[in-house]
Design a protein around this ligand. Structure first.
Ligand code: DQA
Length: 145
């Protein structure tokens, strides 16, 4: 089986394009996935993209990625700030894990300052809008060399 990079997106990111564009930009999730796909191809990688609004489904997608993927790029969205379950699942990943945020979570409300995911991530990219995802693929390709 060809190994792939998992691109996982958490709750409310299906609404990108219309959801708080001042904070999250105008690009839809489909457009972002397409852009990530194109970028990954440049490095010879393929992408499996998955979005869910449910914590358990996100944990299941991480488990699938632990079994099948070479790396995980994840925007856990609000679960970054709340979910020990997602943190624990990501800890099982042998390959690189990159945490992505469209907005700069360090410059927002206090409750966004803490991420349960960051300590188990290889690195965090935050604050560059949809370009955060492109930077994440480039960083992932570098880590997978
Ligand atoms: C987000 C930041 C989170 O705080 C927020 O809950 C999101 C999106 C981002 O990409 O900037 O849903 O992960």
């Amino acid at each position: 089986m060809t190994k792939y990079i998992s691109l996982l997106n958490g709750p409310n990111l299906n609404l990108l394009g219309t959801r708080n564009p001042t904070q999250y930009g105008a690009a839809t999730l489909d457009q972002i996935v397409h852009r990530v796909d194109e970028e990954a191809k440049k490095f010879g990688h393929t992408i499996w993209a998955f979005q869910t609004n449910s914590e358990g489904d996100l944990v299941d997608a991480i488990h699938k990625s632990v079994r099948e993927a070479v790396g995980i790029i994840i925007n856990p969205a609000a679960y970054s700030h709340t979910s020990v379950a997602i943190r624990d699942a990501l800890e099982c990943m042998a390959g690189p894990v990159i945490e992505v945020h469209l907005s700069n979570i360090a410059a927002r409300e206090d409750f966004r300052l803490h991420s349960f995911v960051s300590p188990v991530a290889s690195g965090v990219i935050s604050g560059f809008g949809s370009h955060s995802y492109v930077l994440a693929v480039q960083a992932m390709a570098e880590l997978l060399k």
